[in-house]
Design a protein around this ligand. Structure first.
Ligand code: NAD
Ligand code: TYD
Length: 352
């Protein structure tokens, strides 16, 4: 079936992997990437996809109702995969309003535009919201991992905004019958992640021998998933998941931050030809993040049993690949650090 899919936030980290996958796998579809290009959006993430006949880029804000309506009309959108969001917990602590605006009101704006455009003809339509496991709150060391029935208990402004947007998505299903799907995924890592997040930030810092600020004692635990495995799960759930359902996605690969940081140090040192662990002295325990959730972990039984998805990479292998990618793509990182990546759009599209 020929489809016209709106991917929001496709110039970001996960969105760019998803767009690349959909454009390559579905030549008959039209993939429309709608992205505001905030500081986190980088069209260079999709340099290899620009020019594909089934790909279109539209710069716009998910909160701009007229711009969103116009995209639905212009491309006659029948599927939405919504990733556009403010995504960094530390920024949400400093500036919660921007998170409420983009993540809550932006999601509601998209839902409303989809409802208007589809006008009750739900057959063949789909609204897929890409969310996070952080909505479930924090686990203690011995607790069972989050499942789809774990009650929501968000703590940070980021997770509160994502929880709120999930509730609006579910409300559009329950109230109007919109065929929605929500996926809640654990921490992602891999190429093209903005270097405010732990893994790319620390890989770059180790490379240039800058200190590694580990919050608290580094005892917090995250469940890590390679980003291409997430993109594969999103593709699968979008096509085969059941409307009105939630699916948890996770790597089944829990690590304490300090163990992860030591692995990064060893891997970067080795790949750069330094003696392994030579950069350990860069580790610097700093003040903890406010409200820092102790542990996240996902029980991915539902997506595995219903749809046959499982992660393809173990963490050590994924980290090996990820470090190799960042070290081979220093120009990508340097353009972010010096700010020139923000001019890429103008050079591509003539500074609209
Ligand atoms: P990111 O910060 O790398 O990218 C976000 C993208 O959204 C950017 O391209 C940005 O320009 C765009 N955007 C931001 N505000 C916008 C607006 N108002 N209108 C249009 N576009 C806007 O984020 P990411 O890490 O790729 O995360 C993508 C989605 O996946 C988010 O919804 C996030 O909550 C969710 N998620 C992320 C992770 C993770 O580990 N990174 C895990 C689970 C879920
Ligand atoms: P992050 O990549 O920001 O993802 P999230 O907060 O969504 O889990 O952080 C991952 C973990 O690493 C988290 O426990 C916070 C910690 N962290 C540090 O210790 N130092 C840092 O500089 C950053 C950015 C994160």
């Amino acid at each position: 079936m020929k489809r016209s899919i709106l991917v929001t936030g496709g110039a970001g980290f996960i969105g760019s992997h998803l767009v690349r996958r959909l454009v390559a796998r579905y030549p008959d579809y039209r993939i429309v990437n709608f992205d505001k290009l905030t500081y986190a959006g980088n069209p260079a993430n999709l340099r290899d996809t620009e020019g594909a006949p089934n790909y279109a880029f539209e710069r716009g804000d998910v909160c701009d109702v007229e711009a969103v309506r116009a995209v639905f009309r212009r491309y006659d959108i029948d599927g939405v995969i919504h990733l556009a969001a403010e995504s960094h917990v530390d920024r949400s602590i400093r500036d919660p309003f921007t998170f409420a605006r983009t993540n809550v009101l932006g999601t509601l704006t998209l839902l409303q535009a989809a409802k208007e455009h589809w006008n009750g003809a739900w057959e063949g339509k789909r609204f897929h919201h890409v969310s996070t496991d952080e909505v479930y709150g924090a686990l203690g060391a011995g607790d069972a991992p989050f499942s789809e029935t774990t009650p929501y208990d968000p703590h940070s402004p980021y997770s509160a905004s994502k929880a709120s947007s999930d509730h609006f998505v579910q409300a559009f299903h329950d109230t109007y019958g919109m065929p929605t799907i929500i996926t809640n995924c654990s921490n992602n890592y891999g190429p093209y992640q903005f270097p405010e997040k732990l893994i790319p930030l620390f890989i770059n810092n180790i490379r240039i021998s800058r200190r590694l600020p580990v919050y608290g004692r580094g005892e917090n635990v995250r469940d890590w998933l390679y980003v291409e495995d997430h993109a594969r799960a999103l593709d699968l759930v979008f096509h085969e998941g059941r409307a009105g359902e939630t699916y948890n996605i996770g790597g089944d690969d829990e690590r304490r931050n300090i163990d992860l940081v030591r692995l990064l140090v060893r891997t970067v040192d080795r790949q750069l030809g330094r003696s392994e662990g030579a950069s350990e002295h860069l580790i610097d325990f700093v003040a903890d993040r406010a409200g820092h959730d102790l542990r996240y972990a996902i029980d991915a039984t539902k997506i595995r049993e219903e749809l046959g998805w499982r992660p393809s990479l173990r963490f050590e292998e994924g980290i090996e690949r990820t470090v190799r990618w960042y070290l081979a793509n220093q120009a990508w990182m340097d353009a972010i650090v010096d700010g020139t990546y923000e001019r890429y759009y103008d050079s591509m599209y003539g500074g609209k």
